[in-house]
Design a protein around this ligand. Sequence first.
Ligand code: HH2
Length: 287
Amino acid sequence: MTAWVHARGAIPLDRPVVMGILNVTPDSFSDGGRFFSADDALARAESLVAEGADIIDVGGESTRPQGATPVDAAEEARRVLPVIAGVRRRFPEMVVSVDTVKAEVAERALAEGAAIVNDVSAFRLDERMAAVCAQSRAGVVLMHSRGGVSDMATFDHASYGDDVVGEMLGELLPRAAAAERAGIRRESIVLDPGVGFSKRSEHSLAMLAELPRIVDTDYPVLVGVSRKRFLGEIAGVRDPAQRVHATTGANVMALALGARIFRVHDVAAARQSLDVAWTILQHEQNG
Ligand code: HH2
């Protein structure tokens, strides 16, 4: 797949794509409360753009592992819509995605100018989601998880047999097929193994080590490793905000193994490291 087609155009996939995280939540695991007002969020968006983000991913509901507080659609929309509108005004060319599992929020965000819907439930939690995305020809991220918003990032549903990646694909690929049946174009679909979602560290590591199996599905692959707990465990770093180097290590390996889109808090670090790693990989292939 050479490009990711979304509601307002297409993002070329012939280089690493960096998706900058903009959490407009009071409780996200690593940056909760920091960009909660629309003004703070907009200032944050400006930094993400300056650092080289290709996409800004705006989210108004946390899935934090300590048990997130679910919010209703009205509150979630109240958080994300002014930020999406503000980003679109300030950066008309910027691609905005909305991180939501709710069709109502997605629909309103798309009307406000978002081009991509990032659904951490892969359309499991709202049966109207596929139709809403098809209708507006949105790009979609289908991420693997189990359970609801408040427990999908816990270990409540983290039981797997011998082949964790096979099981994940067995659950995620039918979601992609259903999305296509609902009218979403194949070239608009990106898959995400859902690192840290209903997965213990060893499960998340399997997702990364066996990325070529996911890439083999022929859908572009997004990974969201940024600052996550399993990195802290490996690198011995307790504070999520201090896990940028650990994140870089995981992202660069994921790139080499075939991932093309990277959802991160620390955009400058990702942009620089991935661009350098990509240039080396291309040189190796061409030379
Ligand atoms: N991870 C988080 C949220 N959304 N979306 C995709 N596609 N992939 C991910 O891995 C992913 C995601 C969790 O991280 P964060 O947004 O920093 O935290 P919170 O859910 O607490 O807001």
